[in-house]
Design a protein around this ligand. Sequence first.
Ligand code: CP
Length: 358
Amino acid sequence: MRSLIDITDFTTAELDELISVALDIIARPDEYANKCRGKKLATLFFEPSTRTRLSFEAAMYELGGNVIGFSEASSSSAAKGESVADTAKIISQYADIIAMRHPKEGAPYVAAKNATIPVINAGDGGHCHPTQTLADLLTIVREKGRLNNLTVGMCGDLKYGRTVHSLIAALARYENINVVLISPDELRIPDYVKDDIIVKNKMSYSETASLEEAIPSLDVLYMTRIQRERFADKDEYERLKDSYVLTPEKLTTAKEDMCILHPLPRVNEISVRVDEDKRASYFRQALNGKYMRMALILKLLGEANTPKEQREGEGLVYDEIKCENPRCITSTEQELTHIFRKDGNGEMRCIYCEALKK
Ligand code: CP
């Protein structure tokens, strides 16, 4: 059974194939109108969403299929204490494919291990968001015409920003990508992304706290929201929330053909005055998400018998010691076996949320 939990579950050729299918869907939508006739998508959203859930649902309807699901944990039996594992087993009997968003890191992975149908990670806590990355890649292709030879600035909450983590993992596959990481000290990129992806793949990168300094060199600027819901310390959120605000004035030093992306929702990190700028690509990016999710549903439903590339492989340690990340799915699903893998630095990381083993 094939699922999409992490963007690295797909090869570069598969990412390129999804982009090609999405471009074909855009060009010939009628050809795809009945491809999922008789199929059901279950959208299991334990956390709020506008774009991801509704674009998944629009995608399935435009493929001729149907949708079941819930949009908040409180309206599912999770509110009565049902586990993610049990939920996945049950939904497998009602639907053909699952898209799951969950606040706990690793929850979609647990679902995929227990489901008998494909599971798509629609965002797990501060961990990753691979279908947002699919939207980002198609947008870069449509706006810039290429996925190589790019300087990409990523600005804002790089610590909890799951969209950034997944996008870096995808861009690591392409030639001559230079990543400029723009964040306050408190929200720098986590070590597991820097060591396991950026350094391991020999990506060119730099880190700065200054958007103004970085902007002139960028081909793509990926703005992100400082996410109130990820902060345990609300005072820290208040202190950091306005770290970056992109305005037309700040864009005067940017390249004429720089592409401005944002996974959305925005709060105030991009002034609405930027929306009229031709470089503002974030609303087109949200539409591209629907096309890529259509391509993804087709791929996963068409590959029901292909073995899933697993994160579990060599070097795993099954342990009685708990993962200490309070945001990890193992913090609420106590019966899960605690499994760790060795990272690029030889340190052990939880396979669900990738936190360091203490
Ligand atoms: N980009 C994104 O994930 O948006 P939603 O939270 O609205 O789904």
